[in-house]
Design a binder for this molecule. Structure first.
Ligand code: CMC
Length: 391
């Protein structure tokens, strides 16, 4: 009827019906396809969760094996992609590189764009699940000047990724089950979060029938921002800054509350969680466990805990219902696992990949119309053109 309702930031606007992820922000509940995040993080493997999110059910052993074999058969990344990677300066942020390389994959896999059947979709899905971990590991290794090659098809999905990241130039790799387990858990906790900024981006780009890879590339770009996935890097940088400044958490709390100061307490607050973020709870415990098991002491963990305690008692944060989110403690674990700070957001991207894929597939299967928000025009009324010499 021509009436447009204004909702900046889509705070109250549903963009789709979805059967993938259930989230209750008041109660702090998060479930993938009906399974609680707590149970999945404890018992599942990341690849099982990928399958669950994308296809709706936990796989049987045979289904998982077939899925994994299909992925393994597609892990090859064209050697020419290495030349594209070589063109980036070593100092380039890995998120920009990854978004570009993911987009570039289309040129090497043009058949992935037209997905007229579920079978076509499946082929594109398997390809991106196979190639994205390779691109992530290569992006990391290129920064360090290490050789770029592949992992080991005999390993599980997450361990294969860990090997691609950390194996020595000689190919030598010592498995550390603790690192693999911790990463498995973190990736599961990041795997989907319904219509967040990057996922909505993937759905909206995909809704024009642009292919899966470029939709994911746009999602990576959206995730990069510090208000979204980039917060995990920003949190560690903030904690380091507090440490370097002598550890005065109160000073930074005051900055976060000062409305004239753009500084925000990174890793705090969430659009939908108004009680607690269930992922943050699990990650906080995992951070303690991982540091204990690896025998690592990290000063920033105590700074983070002190900040959390102060914030949870501070009227500013209490009134606004601001709690630690998924990004608050995750970086402390990544760091303990030997992952450098600029790779934190790429780790989030790797975790979110199945969520983006599942949401894109659902959008295509539901034959959703092109995403096209409306606006309320507040600009000038009609005016006459003024020649340049008369302005
Ligand atoms: N520090 C200080 N004040 C805050 C913070 C914060 N981290 N977060 C929100 N506020 C204040 C905000 O200034 C506003 O105050 P007022 O009502 O006086 O204007 C009020 O709380 C509501 O905030 P909002 O910005 O309107 O809330 P939003 O739903 O638009 O934004 C958010 C949500 C996550 C972007 C925001 O809380 C934030 O910027 N947090 C810090 C960045 C961060 O940790 N992002 C990761 C989010 S979770 C994982 C992910 O998405 O990747």
């Amino acid at each position: 009827d021509g009436v447009v309702t204004l909702d900046p930031g889509y705070k109250n606007t549903g963009s789709c019906e979805s059967a993938i992820t259930f989230l209750d922000g008041e109660k702090g509940i998060l479930r993938y396809r009906g399974y609680s995040i707590e149970e999945l993080a404890e018992k599942a493997r990341f690849l099982e969760v990928c399958y669950l999110l994308i296809f709706g059910e936990l796989p049987t052993e045979e289904q998982l094996e077939k899925f994994h074999n299909d992925i393994k058969s597609q892990s090859h990344v064209d050697e020419d992609v290495k030349r594209i990677l070589d063109g980036f300066p070593k100092s380039a942020h890995p998120m920009g590189v990854l978004s570009s390389l993911t987009s570039a994959l289309v040129a090497f896999n043009p058949s992935s764009v037209n997905v007229d059947s579920e079978e076509d979709m499946y082929k594109a899905i398997v390809k991106i699940l196979a190639k994205f971990p390779v691109l992530t590991a290569w992006t990391y290794r290129k920064r360090l000047g290490l050789p770029l090659d592949y992992g080991d098809d005999n390993l599980r999905y997450v361990e294969n990724f860990v090997k691609m990241m950390f194996k020595k130039p000689s190919g030598e790799y010592t498995s550390n089950p603790l690192v693999v387990e911790a990463l498995n858990k973190l990736l599961i906790l990041h795997a989907d979060h319904e219509q967040n900024c990057s996922t909505s981006t993937v759905r909206i780009v995909g809704s024009s029938h642009a292919g899966l890879f470029v939709s994911i590339s746009a999602g990576i770009a959206a995730l990069w921002g510090p208000l979204h996935g980039g917060a995990n890097q920003a949190v560690i940088e903030m904690l380091e800054a507090i440490k370097a400044d002598g550890g005065d958490t109160k000073k930074f709390m005051a900055k976060a509350k000062d409305k004239n100061d753009p500084f925000r307490l990174m890793g705090f607050g969430h659009r939908v969680y108004k009680n607690f973020d269930p992922r943050a709870k699990i990650i906080k415990k995992a951070a303690d466990d991982v540091l204990d098991s690896l025998g690592i002491e990290d000063d920033v963990l105590s700074i983070a805990k002190a900040l959390e305690k102060e914030a949870l008692e501070d009227p500013y944060f209490v009134e606004r219902k601001l709690y630690p989110n998924v990004d608050f403690y995750s970086g402390i674990i990544y760091r303990a696992l030997g992952i450098p700070v600029e790779m934190f957001t790429p780790m989030f991207a790797l975790g979110r990949l199945p969520g983006w894929i599942a949401q894109w597939r659902e959008m295509r299967l539901q034959k959703e119309p092109i995403g096209r928000p409306r606006q309320i025009y507040v600009g000038e009324n009609l005016r006459s053109f003024v020649p340049i010499e008369k302005r």
